[in-house]
Design a protein around this ligand. Structure first.
Ligand code: ADP
Ligand code: MG
Length: 339
């Protein structure tokens, strides 16, 4: 008798969820990324009890066709890539086709979506990975995802959740970064009825900086911009007199994706050189645009880490851009721009 069996889909999804859905903020991240990929111009996020009782993301994007709605919740189902060469030129935030089935395996999820072609809405309800309703609905164009009782069927994971404030902190941090990455999208974030963030979606990144860090911080920012044949860089850096106690004020956006990059952070700090007091860090929002082929985002399931193929060139560009901005304000004498 054979002892080795292929896991049933429900169990496989629950295992994958352990990796993809670490905490409420991971659910928020995946749902909001899908909303961005769907071309939305407004994204509303409603949270209750740090995301453990409710995470709801409503968008006005292209929606999911009624005939696709169940497929969207299957493992490795995606509309974003189809061949392995697509993997080397990823233009969307998602591509793994793992988020929806993973989230649905560990929560009670309701998805209502109306696609832009037919305008017809469909509602799908999944509890702990099992479909309990699939029916026509009435809804405006876009997608409305409600995730209730996260980890209700995985008590071990639930036990590891921190306080409501801690979980909310992770959610709020992520939404702030994404709003900085996408100033053209109007975001609202509400927790237990109170509004934590509202951005206008005008495309003005300085407005988003003001909404998150306050108007006086926004006034202390310098624009940066530079490009070479491979990279385009734009954004804002703080004047050296506005510093913070840690690196959390640095937001790096690569092709629309918020990422963490030791390389970029290092180049930034290198460029400020001795202008920053010891153990103080600037407030920075840096957007890097490049051909997707120059970037590997398939490093980790969270897609937070990336690899750049021309790292030395990128470092030089960042240092030049930051130095030029600081020279323009006479923080650095003009003569030292050469390097
Ligand atoms: P991925 O984002 O990697 O493709 P997901 O599991 O997150 O995988 O989503 C599966 C598919 O469901 C997506 O490829 C997309 O076609 C569809 N989808 C999910 N969320 C939305 C949304 N908010 N609007 C439109 N389509 C969506
Ligand atoms: Mg996705």
């Amino acid at each position: 008798m054979s002892k080795i069996k292929v896991l049933d889909e429900q169990l496989a999804n629950q295992i994958a969820a352990g990796e993809v859905v670490e905490r409420p903020a991971s659910v928020v991240k995946e749902l909001v990324e899908n909303a961005v990929d769907a071309g939305s111009t407004t994204i509303d996020i409603t949270i209750e009890e740090g995301g453990l009782s409710l995470i709801r993301v409503t968008d006005n994007g292209g929606g999911i066709e009624a005939s696709d709605i169940q497929t969207a919740f299957q493992r490795h189902a995606t509309s974003k890539i189809s061949t392995s060469s697509d993997l080397f030129r990823i233009a969307s935030l998602g591509f793994r086709g793992e988020a929806l089935p993973s989230i649905a395996a560990v929560s009670r999820l309701t998805c209502v979506s109306a696609d832009s072609n037919s305008g017809l809405a469909r509602k799908l309800v999944i509890e702990g990975g099992h479909i309990t309703a699939d029916e026509p609905a009435n809804a405006p164009q876009g997608t409305d995802m409600s995730v209730k009782d996260l980890f209700y069927n995985t008590p071990a994971r639930l036990k590891y959740m921190k306080s409501i404030q801690t979980e909310l902190g992770h959610i709020s941090d992520y939404i702030n970064r994404l709003a900085l990455a996408h100033p053209g999208i109007a975001f609202t974030l509400k927790h237990n009825g109170s509004t934590l963030l509202r951005t206008m979606g005008t495309g003005d990144r300085l407005q988003v900086i003001a909404a998150i860090y306050g108007t006086s911080a926004a006034k202390a920012m310098l624009p940066v911009s530079a490009s070479d044949s491979d990279y385009e860089l734009t954004g804002y850096i703080s004047k050296p007199d506005l510093t913070r106690a840690n690196r959390n004020g640095i937001t790096v956006v690569v092709n629309g994706r918020y990422i963490r990059s030791h390389t970029v952070n290092q180049s930034l700090l290198q460029a400020y050189h001795t202008l920053l007091p010891i153990n103080r860090f600037p407030l920075v929002v840096l957007e890097l645009g490049m051909h997707p082929g120059l970037l590997d985002v398939n490093v980790h399931p969270s897609k937070m880490e990336v690899r750049f193929s021309k790292e030395a060139e990128l470092r030089a560009l960042i240092e030049r851009a930051v130095r030029e901005a600081l020279v323009s304000q006479r923080y650095i004498p003009g003569a030292s721009t050469g390097g």
